[in-house]
Design a protein around this ligand. Structure first.
Ligand SMILES: N[C@@H](CCC(=O)N[C@@H](CS)C(=O)NCC(=O)O)C(=O)O
Length: 205
């Protein structure tokens, strides 16, 4: 089995779980709940990933793997690579889509930390707004490139689906569907996949 340190609300963990389901590997994953926090380091996570972020995994052979991109590619390879195409234009395009979606989520997570974790007197509105701007430009980028990545099931479309799902979960007031109607229609169809349905983020408390 593969031990996966996970949190039920992390969009990066969700990518891993979606890949596992899409490749029929969910029985090979043992989930270990782990709360990551950017200030209060979780030593159980840090023992595997010095960056103390989830997801982090230990393979059956005892390899420590992180981050989500590496764990996803590892899982895909176990079932005969499909979601990560071989070197060539399809691969560069899928990886760039993943980078855009992951980068959008990185900025959104920073906004969330700024507004929910950082003490009020230390908060910096211009910094929060700049990160929100990155989220908005990433959304516009996904909308503009939908024709390149939207049709297939790759690590790019999975990252986009999980990233958009995170925005809906944590930033319902962003109303991104107004400016990205094609992306909105795409997500509606993509969200119907059983792998996406089984991994919808929810707060546990
Ligand atoms: N690039 C990493 C990002 C992972 C990440 O940011 N995880 C968040 C939870 S959504 C985390 O562990 N944050 C704790 C921290 O920032 O120290 C990946 O793709 O796995």
């Amino acid at each position: 089995v593969i031990k996966l340190l996970y949190s039920p609300t992390s969009p990066f963990v969700r990518k891993v779980l979606v890949v596992a389901r899409e490749r029929g590997l969910e029985n090979r994953i043992e989930r270990v709940a782990a709360t990551a926090h950017p200030v209060n380091r979780n030593d159980a996570i840090a023992a595997i990933n010095p960056l103390a972020k989830v997801p982090a995994a230990i393979t059956a052979e005892g390899l420590s793997l992180f981050d989500s991109r590496v764990i996803c590619e590892y899982l895909d390879s176990l079932a005969g690579a499909q979601l990560f195409p071989p070197a060539g234009p399809a691969r560069w395009s899928a990886l760039t889509c993943q980078a855009l979606a992951d980068g959008m989520v990185d900025a959104a997570v920073l906004v969330r930390y700024e507004t929910h974790l950082r003490p009020q007197p230390l908060q910096w509105a211009a910094w929060r707004d700049a990160q929100t701007g990155k989220v908005e430009r990433a959304l516009a980028g996904l909308e503009a490139t939908l024709d390149q990545w939207g049709a297939g099931l790759t690590i790019g479309s999975i990252a986009a689906g999980c990233g958009l799902g995170y925005l809906d979960f944590r930033f319902p007031d962003l109303h991104w569907r107004q400016s990205c109607p094609r992306l909105a229609a795409w997500l509606e169809a993509f969200s119907a996949r059983p792998s996406m349905q089984a991994t919808v983020p929810r707060d546990t408390h």
